[in-house]
Ligand binder design. Structure first.
Ligand SMILES: NC(=O)c1ccc[n+]([C@@H]2O[C@H](COP(=O)([O-])OP(=O)(O)OC[C@H]3O[C@@H](n4cnc5c(N)ncnc54)[C@H](OP(=O)(O)O)[C@@H]3O)[C@@H](O)[C@H]2O)c1
Length: 256
């Protein structure tokens, strides 16, 4: 029996839902009759057109909230906004992350190390998640099984690193894993019905991977729909002992 099996009337929150995997989760969950509410966050309207358009058709179920994960005040306001409508969350999936943005490209060698860029990787990919863990905790203090998942990346595995490069992205995902593992221990004390996990989606056809897809064999490049289905299967099959673990898209555990 899986952890979330018997859930009905589920309240969910998808963070980073403007495009890519996050938007894919929203579209999938909109069709799931067990889900009653979806709170979907986006950073800026320019890239969130498709998400915002969904609110016309699904106004009862979907609420969109503007939130930049590097801004703690916006996280606080978003959680306050949600708390005026519901008093518990059952499934939160944080899909925020970046590998390249404008001129900021992943480092190929030490020559390209730049402390400002490194700080930005950590702000977006690591610190935002632990701020979410801080402010969402009250909404997980209830007696129903729930999951707080964050999309990480296998390249953040220190044990698995054979290729090198991508210093900022790798290190920020390793830090993300440590933040969430540590939060999982605190959540186990404060809200023991919540599993905190990190998930590797596999290489997925989104803006993030697009410049790096050339050497990926077609069978290893997943569509967003496939990734979302696979990750939802992993989430639905989580067991009570899985708190604090780092899972790949096929449900196997990844080394730290
Ligand atoms: N695609 C892959 O192959 C792959 C592989 C391994 C891991 N991942 C991880 O999967 C997750 C989702 O990535 P994706 O592939 O769906 O990439 P994506 O299409 O580029 O989506 C990234 C999302 O993060 C949001 N975001 C970026 N910076 C933000 C900030 N400061 N505040 C709030 N939101 C912000 C983006 O919003 P905007 O629209 O405003 O930019 C967008 O919604 C990331 O954590 C990524 O590291 C992806």
């Amino acid at each position: 029996m899986s952890f979330l099996n018997h859930l009905q009337n589920t309240n969910t929150m998808i963070i980073g839902a403007s495009q890519g995997i996050g938007l894919g989760f929203v579209k999938n969950l909109l069709q799931d009759t067990r889900i009653s509410k979806i709170y979907a966050t986006y950073r800026q309207q320019q890239t969130a057109g498709e998400l915002l358009a969904l609110t016309d058709e699904y106004s009862d179920k979907l609420t969109c909230i503007e939130m930049d994960i590097t801004n703690e005040l916006q996280i606080i306001e978003s959680v306050q906004n949600i708390s005026t409508q519901i008093n518990k969350l059952h499934l939160v999936i944080n899909c925020v992350g970046f590998l390249h943005e404008g001129d900021l490209q992943p480092e190929k060698s030490l020559k390209q190390i730049n402390s400002e860029n490194l700080l930005y990787y950590f702000q977006v990919n690591s610190i935002g998640a632990v701020l979410l863990a801080k402010h969402l905790l009250p909404l997980f203090r209830h007696k129903e099984p729930s999951v707080f998942a964050t999309i990480s990346a296998k390249v953040g595995s220190i044990g698995d690193n054979q290729l090198g490069g991508w210093y900022g992205y790798r290190a920020s995902k390793a830090a993300l894993n440590m933040f969430m593992r540590t939060a999982a221990i605190e959540y186990a004390r404060s809200c023991p019905q919540t599993l905190v996990v990190t998930l590797h989606p596999g290489t997925t056809d989104t803006r993030l991977s697009r410049p790096f897809q050339r050497n990926v064999p077609p069978e290893k490049l997943f569509s967003v729909e496939r990734t979302v289905t696979q990750l939802l299967t992993v989430i639905e099959q989580l067991q009570a002992g899985d708190n604090g673990q780092f899972f790949s898209w096929d449900g196997t555990r990844l080394p730290w």
